[in-house]
Write a protein of this length. Sequence first.
Length: 322
Amino acid sequence: MTKFDLKLYRGYLNDQELVVFGHVFRSWAPDKYRIDRRGIKHALSIMHMFNIKPISNIRVKLEFQDITVETKTLDDGYFRFNIPFNKKLECGWHTYTVTCSLGEFGIVEIGEILKPFESKYVIISDIDDTFLISYSGNFFKKLYVMLLKNINKRKIFEDAAPHYKALSSYGQENEHAFNSFFYVSSSEWNLYDFIVEFAKRHHLPKAVIKLKKIKTGISDFLMTGRGGHDHKFEKIKDIISFYPKLQYVLIGDDSQKDPYIYERICKIFPLNVKAVYIRKTTKFEKPEVVKVLDNLNDLGVDTCYFIHSEKAIRHSKRIGII
């Protein structure tokens, strides 16, 4: 009988609906997914993350508060619950349960779901080369870093964490309240655990994470983080549509398509975006990015093109969001 794993991701809800999602795939030995191994063992762990076999059409059951509902996985093992929910619920993080079974085996996993606190804004941030140094603009260097540097050796940009923490806490009188974060990236779902642990180790705000379609083979690994980026636009659009009364701060970098994606978002949601931050991944400004940011300024969106987070922090203080 096939053994399998059930992977849950952080969900989110508003006053009318909740969203919970995850994957089901064939099981490996747990230590094959470790992200703190060294040398070749780390490289093998990373490759195992991309050599998984999703299981389609398996039944999964969600339990949250007094709701119990079932669905089945899609062809890539992905499942998603979009469920009407209008009950009163305190703001913050809550737990939900998903159960699935295959033959004689059953798995029960507990996930987390966020109801945002009332706030002046929500922060949507990219990951690679926005706070995690990844060298996305250099294909071979990015693969080298992924394969040969485990989580203990991966680096964060200086002052990125203080900036994010200041954005998370600003305007909240209750010490337990926070401005919500979403991390939206072109990295694949295969790297979810790595991203969660990296953010935790560097004291970044706890966030709902939205990634790219899961990869299922070693050949796919070679294309990690590459290809089209329209999924980022769609995911950001979905978040803003889900919380249309809130304002947003968008943070990205100039290594790929973030400036152009954020420009499209600002044009579609002209009243929702307060500020756009783009990190420079080289010493020089890219003229095409400067042009985009000038256009956003003309739309009334505050922008900051920076290489060091210290500049972004000063800008945030000047416009009154930290």
